[in-house]
Design a protein around this ligand. Sequence first.
Ligand code: DQA
Length: 154
Amino acid sequence: MKKVLLLNGPNLNLLGTREPNQYGHTTLADVEALFTQAAQRLGFEAECFQSNWEGALLDKIHEYGRLYKTGEAVGAVFNPGAFTHTSIALQDAIKGVDGLPVIEVHVSNVHAREEFRHHSWVSPVAAGIVVGFGVDGYLLALEGLQRIHARTTL
Ligand code: DQA
C-alpha cells in the first residue's frame, strides 16, 4: 500500500486547546485518526508526524522525497505552522526532493489575519494549497493529493 504523509509543524500538537476561536476544538490526535481512516478508504497507508523542530520536518520531507521516487509514497499534506512565514529551508527542501507533491494546509484563513501571515515560503513549491476550512482542510488536501496521484498514474 502506498504511503501518504500528514506532516504538522510547530504548535500544532496544541490543536484543540490552542486559541480555539482560531483553530477550533479538534485535537491533533483526532485529526490524525480521521486522516488515517480517510487515507485507508482511498487505499493509502497514512503516516502522521508532528514536530516543533524545523530540522525534523526537513528530514521527513527528504525521507518522503526518497519514498516518492521509489513509488512507495504518493505525497504529503503539510501544515508548516509559523515556519510557513519564516522558513526558506522548507522551500529548499521541497524543491530539493524534486517532484514530491506537497499540499500546504492552514486551518485558519491566514489571509484574513495579521499581515505577516500573508506570505508563505512554501506556497511557491506546493502542488496545492487549502486555507481556512478548519481541520476539514487536512481531508480536503488528502482528496486533492489522491486526484493528483490518479492524474499522474493514468
Ligand atoms: C497555521 C497558520 C499559521 O500562521 C500559524 O503560525 C499556525 C497555524 C494554520 O493552520 O492556520 O501555527 O498554519
